[in-house]
Design a protein around this ligand. Structure first.
Ligand SMILES: Nc1ncnc2c1ncn2[C@@H]1O[C@H](COP(=O)(O)OP(=O)(O)O)[C@@H](O)[C@H]1O
Ligand SMILES: Cc1cn([C@H]2C[C@H](O)[C@@H](COP(=O)(O)OP(=O)(O)O)O2)c(=O)[nH]c1=O
Length: 470
């Protein structure tokens, strides 16, 4: 049986394309047209328009969600595309067993900031409306010949009950966003094989049907999840950070303030003759304690990330989707670099968190599952941005989980969402710490911060003397 609510596609794709072109024209004719179109191509890497989606040639990745019973990511592509893909050990679709059906949604809005906001609000609506009835999993999709520029984000929704009213409500919800999404349904045919059907969201007449057979595949190279980090979670240049802030500035006034600050900074300023030492580590590992005592011991200037001049806007950005939130922290590093360069002309500089934190927390948040799911060592995601001032030394403080919890409780300060997550989720903590260790150029020197404060300071001073001219 082909789903009653599936069909057509061509028309909805044409409308999606036309709408995207219309929005481009509208924006291009607006005052900041240059900025937005240039930011789009900077973020996307090329001038590729993701709406020119060649669905039948795409690779789809459904993320794992162990708590919903999906321990591993799931990859598939069309039968005709199979030769480009690594074979899977089986072509079983557990989510479709026993007559269940599935649906995928890809956000095709070509503007990264509005796409990120739509992705988040759709995710929230799906979770709210269907948490008891459907499994909602993260979905990524790309074209193998152009993975970076063609990456789209979305959701894979399984309805194990194949319930008509659920599907009706789902279709209704998706129709509200039809100009910026494309949707597909999946169902096992009685004679075998899984078919992907373009889902008609125009609510109009039934048109020509578009569908193709899909097959499972092994983990593709490049990994869509690593690509997603490079694409939306970690910024590797000031220009890509600026581009996102520029797009945000229409709806988040604080983004415009940060751009003004960046304009005033000499972000390419070089380090002075004194050493720059960064102290990194999970929350409550003793960074503030150590940085204060290092400041006194080395007669150093103490700076922290995000820098004071932008930290008042932190809450605003922490509440935004990853793309926007991470642009804030990235900008914090570039503003901070400017302060570091200036201060290091007169004294040693100690920095409480810097780019290692920005990247490690983002990577650990984006990767579902255990440490084993992180991109391998030396992967592109762990590379330092070429245009960001490099410190002379990065020290990573580590303590046992139990000791960290003791220190956290003893301190009694308000915790950020991520700190709460760290407390409740050992897996996340391990991923952040491992990501810290994998970041390169510069790599961090690990110091066990479990001993008494004086001992940690002594050990740190030894490391500083070994690596820096003081
Ligand atoms: N070496 C240490 N031994 C015992 N307690 C420590 C040590 N270093 C820091 N603390 C305590 O642990 C808590 C967290 O330290 P803090 O420096 O605020 O960590 P962070 O800046 O990494 O969040 C504070 O109450 C601090 O006094
Ligand atoms: C500096 C920075 C912090 N963070 C997050 C990580 C932590 O959850 C949180 C830590 O904030 P911070 O104010 O450094 O707390 P503490 O001094 O107690 O360690 O902010 C980022 O995600 N990216 C960044 O660039």
């Amino acid at each position: 049986m082909i789903l009653g609510w599936s069909t057509v596609g061509l028309l909805s794709r044409l409308i999606t394309k036309r709408e995207a072109v219309r929005r481009q024209i509208e924006i291009i004719s607006s005052a900041c047209s240059y900025c937005i179109s240039s930011s789009y191509s900077q973020i996307m890497g090329t001038s590729h328009n993701p709406c020119s989606t060649d669905w039948e040639h795409r690779i789809f990745a459904v993320d794992a969600n162990p708590s919903l019973g999906y321990p591993e990511p799931f990859y598939f592509t069309s039968l005709t595309n199979k030769d480009r893909a690594s074979p899977a050990t089986s072509n079983e679709w557990p989510m479709l067993a026993h007559g269940g059906i599935a649906l995928s949604v890809c956000i095709t809005d070509p503007f990264p900031v509005s796409a990120a906001r739509l992705h988040r609000s759709l995710g929230q609506q799906l979770a709210q409306l269907f948490s008891g009835t459907c499994h909602v999993l993260r979905l990524l999709s790309y074209l193998p010949q152009d993975p970076y520029a063609s990456l789209l984000r979305g959701f894979f929704i399984c309805d194990p009950q194949n319930c008509t009213s659920t599907q009706h409500r789902l279709k209704h919800l998706l129709s509200e966003h039809r100009q910026h999404i494309s949707s597909f349904t999946y169902q096992q045919k009685p004679q075998g094989g899984i078919w992907q059907n373009v889902l008609e969201l125009n609510g109009g007449e039934q048109e020509m049907e578009e569908h193709w057979q899909v097959v499972r595949m092994g983990e593709p190279d490049p990994s869509p999840f690593a690509l997603n980090i490079l694409h939306t979670a970690v910024y590797y240049s000031l220009s890509s950070t600026r581009a996102v802030l520029l797009q945000c500035s229409a709806c988040i006034p604080e983004a415009a303030r940060i751009l003004e600050l960046l304009d005033k900074c000499d972000t390419s300023a070089k380090k002075g003759r004194f050493p720059v030492i960064v102290i990194e580590g999970l929350d409550a590992t003793g960074k503030s304690t150590l940085t204060e005592s290092l400041k006194d011991s080395l007669k150093a200037t103490l700076l922290r990330s995000p820098p004071d001049c932008i930290s008042k806007w932190r809450k605003t950005f922490d509440d935004e989707p990853s793309l926007i939130k991470r642009a804030y922290y990235a900008a914090g590093n570039y503003v901070g670099a400017c302060e570091i360069a200036k201060a290091s002309m007169n004294s040693p500089v100690i920095v409480d968190r810097y780019w290692h934190s920005t990247a490690a927390y983002a990577i650990a948040t984006e990767i579902v599952g255990s440490v084993h799911s992180l991109p391998p060592c030396h992967h592109e995601v762990y590379q330092w941005p070429r245009d960001l001032l490099r410190p002379d030394l990065v020290i990573l403080l580590t303590v046992s989980d139990e000791e960290r919890m003791r220190r956290m409780r003893g301190r009694g300060l308000e915790e950020t969402k991520e700190e709460k997550e760290l407390e409740s989720n050992t897996m996340f903590r391990l991923k952040v710490e491992e990501a810290y260790k994998r970041i390169e150029n510069p790599q961090c020197v690990i110091i066990d911060a479990s001993p008494a404060k004086e001992m940690v300071l002594k050990e740190t001073l030894n490391v500083v003397r070994k690596h820096c001219v003081i």
